[in-house]
Design a protein. Structure first.
Lengths: 619, 341
């Protein structure tokens, strides 16, 4: 008997214009000790299903029909229909967090910033395990140890903002598991994390599942995660189950066109540059009107368009509390030298804290580097941007634009799309009012959006559409170089494919140059011509994409590549391989790659155009 | 924490100096001073006999010195005609209009001002807190709409009008004697329980009147803050743990929504004081408000400068209280700079 059986579940959302069926007659079971993956894009209803199971549906949603049968080991003889319980009622509360627990996607926002980790974890134990504060603390410390917290006693008293994303997610897992639930729902548990951290968390979840003999319901849009975790897969689209079956069956022989398309939308290693990703809803950019407005100088530049030479930057981090002493400089960039060639896409890959965003900030002159120069070629040769006066700077700002990671917070919610697109033009004093509004609608067409949407506010757009607005805004000033800072990491695979295709098209049609920053190696592999791998502020490997992906030299690059979950059942992640922690510490890399403390990284050319950081090989 | 408090206190000293300077500067901005105005008035009426006396007063209060010197003498950093004798030495200055030391003019009103404003702030918080929570948790319910309407009426009604209405109601329906801060029969009497009760009874109307506008604004703010917090992910996390709704509300979103609430303590004070001037006149309250008004009109500079400085000090103390409370309640502020592990 399956611990959890969802039968004919329908959920309605009450809207101003009647009901919208978010989940439509969904049925599936979660067998004991197995992992079922619920796969779909955002808006497919997969999260609503998990909310229905947990009794956490928003007030506007209602279970219209169907049942959610819980039949777990804690109450063996009895079957409970969760759909029939009042969501805030006593019996539901006793199940929630106790017999069925959940982990959320965002470890940053899922924990209260004002309470210690220990307080929040032990609370669950106090609620359900009938223990006092002291015992609860014991349980919590045990739990923190099980999820491999480096120092449980210290972690207990830490506040979430003092912890890294990975540790926060470990704390979330500890919180969910402290009552030893029979069913764990993991709602995109690793989407917000770095690849190497993702591999660790996936490993942890698998360990815990075996340890506690749990059934796992994994909600995700990442087929790499599915391939590595799931025994069975349920594919949902528009609130309906499209296909379900064992993982092997679905990966090897996808039946439904939706699933086939979804699998094709995932960029994988070794794809041809010219091969387009298949999108479910292809968009057609229209660039006809733009050529009149863009006065692009199509001249070929001599040499690179942008050059970083020996750029270093340290930030001071305060070590202790208020007015505490002890300042420790953190090297955000250590002697980074790079060049960006005109018309190419340079991918910068690294985990959070690797300094990849700091490179972008240095290019934007958001700070003054401690040493080294950033030079830009605007057609009259390379010039150090630090020497720019305010007029040069204004011109520079329009030639270098940025696309941000989070399409939700990078657009001002109080401005209409039209205002957002026109703002850069207003700042730079381009065009008359009429021309600007014409231009805004051209930009909309360019990114494949209907110009009639110009009067809307950002909240009425989906994530992918917002990201397209962000791209249109970046294009408004006719830039030469666009810095894309993780532009697709907040998006679904199919939308990601759409955005990547769009970026490819724009680059070709408008002759743009990209610096593409991402932690997703597969994405960078797909879009970039050359890849720069960064770790802890150091550039560790730089070379043509195929070279770096097919023949990585540096141990860190290798570790990074190993940690990427591939949507392929035959290439599972190697969970047994030693922990990834050591690989991101430059002092612990094996010779000749080790960077001794206090010395600068040195790049060595090992193949044409392929450099690797190996101070030991420098004569 | 103690170190933080100490530093916070030290930081208030330069702030106070700057404020005192600005106050003095602004007070002296209009041309002339109280005495030169008097002199020109006397000249116009042809009375020259008293001019000599006024000239003497000008010298006596160092009004003939340059601006910076006058300021320094006022603060007590510079020897005046009678040596060091300024605020620092405890001399609050001379009120020309009342022809008495400032201390005697405002002395009795200061305590009452503090009292009434504290009562008004307490009123604001006590009333707006539960209503704000109610409105946020039952958004778009009849209660929410009702309180919103009441709040807008409170915001829109001129305070003095409300004061008059309440005075009428209190007098006719509840048979309270009104106006002033106590029943006239207790004025000049020694303090007794009856007198204290009379003061309390008289405080009710002014507290409500002065507090209403602030309350309405505060309800709206708390409601908005709490609404923002209620939809945050960590609230869902707490719910997913199986917490009761009420326990959850108090422990998580309310704690978060408190921050702006507390940060407002300091800001409330000057608004309340300056907003209460007309109310004080209408209700015949012996607070500093009406005195400030007349002192400003007649350019009674030492008196007005002192009152302005006093309000600034109250504000600074309010800010201090809110900062300390914030640091106490919010670990992100307390531990803000601690290195991430």
């Amino acid at each position: 008997m399956a611990p959890l059986a969802v039968e004919n579940l329908s959920v309605d959302f009450e809207m101003s214009d009647g009901h919208v069926r978010a989940v439509d007659r969904v049925s599936f079971t979660v067998p004991p000790n197995k992992c079922v993956a619920l796969v779909g894009e955002s808006g497919s209803g997969k999260t609503v299903i998990s909310q229905a199971i947990m009794g956490l549906l928003p007030p506007k949603a209602q279970i219209a029909s169907g049942s959610i049968l819980l039949h777990d080991r804690q109450n063996p003889g009895q079957m409970t229909d969760l759909a029939g319980l009042s969501p805030s009622g006593r019996s539901m509360r006793r199940i929630r967090g106790n017999r069925v627990a959940i982990i959320f996607q965002e470890p940053m926002t899922s924990l209260s910033p004002l309470h210690t980790i220990g307080d929040q974890i032990s609370e669950a134990a106090i609620l359900h395990r009938n223990v006092g504060r002291r015992e609860a603390k014991e349980f919590t410390l045990q739990m923190l140890k099980m999820v491999h917290f480096p120092d449980p006693a210290r972690g207990f008293n830490a506040y979430p903002f003092e912890l890294s994303g990975g540790l926060r997610q470990r704390a979330m897992i500890a919180m969910a598991l402290i009552c030893r639930p029979s069913i764990l729902i993991a709602d995109e548990p690793t989407t917000a994390l770095d690849v190497t951290i993702q591999a660790q968390i996936l490993k942890l979840i698998k360990e815990m599942q075996q340890e506690f003999k749990m059934s796992l319901l994994m909600i995700t849009h990442d087929f790499g995660v599915v391939a590595n975790m799931a025994d069975e897969v349920v594919v949902v689209y528009h609130g309906r189950v499209m296909e379900k079956g064992s993982a092997r069956q679905l990966f090897n022989d996808p039946q439904h066109p939706y699933l086939q398309a979804l699998l094709k939308a995932v960029p994988t290693f070794g794809m041809e540059k010219t091969q387009r990703l298949e999108t479910l809803r292809p968009i057609k950019p229209h660039g006809e009107g733009l050529s009149q407005l863009y006065t692009r100088n199509a001249d070929q530049l001599d040499g690179p368009i942008l050059k970083l030479e020996g750029v270093s930057k340290s930030f001071i981090s305060r070590k202790q509390g208020l007015f505490g002493s002890g300042y420790e400089p953190v090297k955000a960039l250590d002697d980074v030298s790079l060049e960006v060639r005109q018309g190419e896409c340079l991918g910068i890959v690294g985990e959070s804290g690797s300094g990849k965003t700091t490179v972008a900030k240095a290019i934007l002159r958001a700070f003054q580097p401690d040493s080294g120069t950033v030079s830009f070629n605007s057609g009259i040769g390379l010039r150090d941007i630090a020497s720019y006066d305010s007029k040069d700077m204004l011109a520079y700002r329009s030639s270098v634009q940025m696309i941000f990671q989070d399409p939700f917070s990078s657009l001002n919610p109080r401005m209409t799309v039209s205002d957002i697109l026109q703002e850069p033009l207003v700042i730079h004093g381009i065009g008359s009012k009429w021309e600007r509004s014409r231009f805004a609608s051209d930009l909309m067409e360019l990114v494949g959006l209907d110009p009639r949407y110009l009067r809307r506010y950002p909240h009425s757009f989906s994530g992918g559409q917002r990201q397209r607005i962000g791209i249109a805004r970046a294009l408004a000033l006719n830039p030469e170089l666009i810095l894309c800072d993780e532009p697709t990491s907040a998006l679904d695979v199919s939308v990601q494919a759409q955005i990547l295709n769009l970026l490819q098209d724009l680059k070709r049609d408008l002759g743009l140059t990209y610096v593409f920053i991402s932690h997703n190696l597969a994405v960078v592999d797909y879009i970039a011509d050359r890849i720069a791998v960064m770790c802890k502020g150091r550039l560790v490997e730089l070379g043509p994409t195929e070279q770096v992906i097919e023949h990585p030299i540096h141990p860190y690059t290798k570790a990074l590549l190993r940690a990427v979950p591939e949507p392929n059942l035959d290439h599972p992640l190697d969970f047994s391989s030693p922990d990834m922690k050591g690989t991101s510490n430059p002092f612990l890399w094996p010779e000749p790659y080790r960077i001794p403390e206090g010395s600068a990284p040195k790049l060595v050319q090992i193949a044409p155009d392929h450099f690797v950081c190996a101070p030991g090989l420098v004569p | 924490m103690i170190k933080y408090l100490g530093l916070r206190f030290l930081g208030m000293i330069p702030t106070l100096l700057v404020i005192s300077f600005l106050t003095f500067f602004i007070i002296e901005l209009p041309e002339g001073d109280y005495i030169s105005n008097q002199i020109s008035m006397l000249k116009a009426t042809g009375e020259t006999a008293s001019i000599a006396k006024l000239d003497f007063l000008r010298r006596e209060f160092a009004l003939d010195r340059p601006f910076l010197e006058r300021y320094a003498i006022w603060v007590g950093l510079w020897p005046g005609p009678h040596g060091f004798d300024g605020l620092l030495q405890g001399n609050w200055g001379w009120s020309f209009e009342f022809d008495r030391p400032v201390e005697e003019v405002v002395g009795p009103t200061l305590l009452l001002t503090v009292l009434i404003n504290t009562a008004a702030i307490l009123f604001v918080y006590l009333v707006s807190f539960p209503i704000g929570i109610y409105s946020a948790t039952r958004q778009y319910s009849w209660g929410d709409y009702g309180f919103t309407l009441l709040g807008y009426i409170g915001l829109a009604t001129p305070n003095f009008l409300l004061g008059l209405v309440l005075m009428y109601v209190a007098n006719v329906w509840f048979d309270l004697s009104i106006g002033g801060l106590m029943d006239p029969k207790y004025i000049g009497e020694p303090w007794s329980i009856d007198k204290a009760l009379s003061v309390l009874a008289h405080m009710i109307v002014p507290t409500i009147v002065i507090g209403t506008a602030g309350t309405a604004a505060m309800i709206r703010r708390l409601r908005a803050n709490l609404l923002d917090e209620l939809h945050k992910q960590y609230v869902v996390t707490a719910r997913a743990k199986g917490m009761r709704e009420s326990a959850l509300l108090v422990k998580y979103p309310l704690r978060m929504a408190l921050n702006p609430f507390i940060a407002d303590i300091g800001n409330l004070i000057p608004t309340l004081v300056s907003g209460s001037i007309i109310v004080s006149v209408v209700l015949n309250l012996p607070t500093v408000g009406p005195i400030l008004l007349s002192a400003l009109q007649s350019q009674d500079q030492f008196l007005s400068a002192f009152i302005l400085l006093f309000v600034s000090i109250l504000t600074l103390i309010g800010m201090l209280v809110s900062d300390v409370l914030l640091a106490f309640l919010d670990p992100r502020i307390r531990l803000g700079g601690r290195e991430r592990k």
